[in-house]
Design a protein around this ligand. Structure first.
Ligand code: URA
Length: 436
């Protein structure tokens, strides 16, 4: 590959110029090969963050990220293969109940998930609350597991989309996450490397999302649907509200417990609604249900029969871990200290801010402030009053479980301002629209 001057390329993007496909390919190849230092990549990412990419640049960058590693070939699996990805939110545990439900209905799900990013949680961190759950799978084990069980939940292997894994971690610590081209290429490169036939996207908008307003979330959804089409993979997107957290549980182990509730036919209404809606899209896209109504009743069937939970247990056992925690929640990690945040006045909850609650969760230790931090899987925030709920003074707004008092102290100012109580609130709409 021809050598380029990285300084010249950074300066050109800084000055709103256009980078050619071979230049973008070279940058990704050099960075993946450890020949480009983080500081130059960070500088370029900031220039991309500020000046964006035109459609040709975005296509070339995504393709280069996709080709930075191996692309799975799952053609030998006869079942349709599908996956779902969310652009990231607070309390967003949907993938965990969704994947086994969809797999139990006959769509193979090779789900490769990520870690928390900024104030948002990551499916991998949540899964690692299940004692012994292994998320580092090599390519052979990943493929073998989805072939045998129709489901695998794991991290990005070292060999798949390595450019995204590294750039994602760098963006998290350089203020370059909420960028349309960087998010679109990150998601699509790793998802297209899974060798799937169809992809369902949950594109979030609101305070707890990276795209704060609906037009930018819609633009992100349209961009990703377009990247899928150019690659020959069917992609549909749902725009959903992320102004308040999803469900009750924000954390890791408590989100796993809430996911098990959904698989047992229980769980908070918003989590259940979104899981079934995205699941219906996956079944229709996979061709195992004719329409969303049929898909929904099939999903209800595998929850009622226990087949969805059994599918999850089967995969946990296949990966060498113990599925006992799905039956005994006491096996999930906990922390010793408890605190209740109480309403100070009577009224209706008008705001329950996802971003503040997400950042508070990170401060408690549920996420990472620095790339190398460990996650404390037991710390949790349970959101007890959501927008539209009526509360009296003294009612609990949130139940917090924490380990260190100093961390609670740094989280509390955010939690105290996260809720607002007024006279009336309109019922917030969770599903805002669809893009296909
Ligand atoms: N999720 C991803 O996988 N990548 C991003 O850049 C943002 C959310």
């Amino acid at each position: 590959m021809k050598h380029h001057s990285i300084i010249e390329l950074i300066e050109r993007k800084r000055d709103s110029g256009v980078l050619r496909p071979e230049e973008l390919q070279w940058i990704i190849a050099e960075y993946t090969a450890d020949s480009l230092p983080d500081y130059q990549m960070s500088s370029l990412l900031m220039a991309i963050y500020i000046n964006g990419f035109n459609p040709d640049e975005l296509a070339a960058w995504t393709e280069a990220m996709l080709r930075s590693g191996e692309i799975l070939d799952l053609d030998h699996i006869s079942a349709p293969k599908g996956d779902k990805h969310s652009t990231g939110g607070v309390g967003d545990k949907i993938s965990i109940p969704l994947a086994p439900m969809v797999a139990a209905c006959g769509v193979a799900v090779p789900m490769m998930s990520g870690r928390g990013l900024g104030h948002t949680g990551g499916t991998l961190d949540k899964l690692e609350s299940i004692p012994g759950f292994r998320t580092r799978l090599d390519k052979d084990e990943f493929v073998r597991t989805v072939q045998k069980h129709g489901l695998v939940l794991g991290g990005q292997s070292e060999t798949m989309a390595p450019a995204d894994r590294r750039i994602y971690a760098l963006r998290d610590s350089t203020g370059t996450v909420p960028s349309l081209p960087l998010i679109a290429s990150s998601i699509m490169s790793k998802k297209l490397a899974e060798g799937i036939d169809g992809l369902v996207l949950d594109v979030k908008t609101g305070s707890g999302a990276f795209m704060k307003d609906e037009p930018s979330a819609r633009a992100l959804a349209e961009t990703m649907v377009g990247i899928g089409a150019a690659h020959g993979t069917r992609v549909v997107a749902t725009l959903t509200a992320m102004d308040q957290p999803l469900g009750v549980a924000v954390g890791n182990a408590n989100e796993i417990a809430e996911s098990f509730d959904v698989l047992e036919g229980d769980g908070p209404d918003d989590v259940v609604e979104l899981t079934y809606s995205l699941g219906a899209d996956m079944l229709v896209l996979g061709g195992v249900a004719a329409d969303r109504d049929e898909a929904r009743s099939r999903l209800e069937g595998v929850v009622a029969s226990g087949a969805a939970m059994e599918k999850l247990q089967e995969v946990i056992a296949a990966l060498g871990s113990n599925p006992a925690a799905t039956e005994n929640r006491l096996l999930l990690p906990t922390v010793p200290e408890k605190y209740e945040l109480l309403a100070t006045t009577e009224g209706v909850v008008t705001k329950c801010d996802a971003r503040d609650i997400g950042v508070a969760g990170v401060r408690l230790g549920a996420g990472r402030e620095k790339k190398e931090d460990d996650v404390d899987h037991g710390v949790s925030i349970n959101v007890l009053a959501k927008v539209g709920d009526r509360v009296s003074a003294g009612d609990p707004l949130a139940a917090i479980e924490y380990r260190e008092h100093s961390r609670l102290e740094s989280a509390l100012p955010l939690l105290e301002r996260a809720w607002e109580i007024g006279d009336r609130a309109s019922f917030p709409q969770l599903i805002i629209g669809h893009v296909s």
